[in-house]
Design a protein around this ligand. Structure first.
Ligand SMILES: [Fe+2]
Ligand SMILES: [Fe+2]
Length: 147
């Protein structure tokens, strides 16, 4: 359900990074954003505190997974990407605090989440995708530390 405004997000093939853990995380994060979109009743996001907390928790865990993978690869962009992730979390925390103060989250607040997700996956993580292609990364898509 799109509420006639933002369409629910789905992960296009061109956004697939090539490491299962990251791609699964992205899919789940998009589903959490879709939950925020579905919770929008035309005025506010019903239960926004729980929705935004779920988003924050998922994104935080995902950033840890992604940075662990980058460390494993000796990815040259890790330092920049780590700073980008920290800024993303600060931005989301600011948004949550602002919404808590005003007592609601509205359509513009959903748009901020939506834009932030796109800024990580599209603008930042696709640089990692290009790097994996460049180095010919072709390992089985398993989790780090998996047997
Ligand atoms: Fe990511
Ligand atoms: Fe990222």
């Amino acid at each position: 359900m799109s509420n006639g405004l933002i369409k629910p997000l789905s992960l296009p093939a061109s956004w697939v990074i090539g490491w299962r853990e990251i791609d699964e995380d992205h899919e789940i994060i998009l589903q959490v954003i879709n939950g925020c979109i579905a919770a929008y009743d035309g005025t506010t996001v019903v239960g926004f505190e729980d929705e935004f907390k779920a988003l924050r928790d998922r994104v935080r865990g995902h950033f840890d997974h992604e940075e662990r993978f980058m460390e494993h690869l000796n990815y040259p962009g890790l330092r920049w990407h780590h700073a980008h992730h920290r800024k993303w979390l600060e931005h989301l925390d600011d948004l949550r605090a602002t919404c808590s103060r005003k007592g609601y989250a509205d359509y513009d607040d959903i748009l901020v989440c939506y834009d932030q997700v796109l800024s990580d996956i599209v603008k930042a993580d696709l640089v990692l995708q290009s790097y994996l292609l460049e180095i010919g990364f072709n390992k089985p898509q398993t989790r780090l530390g998996a047997a």
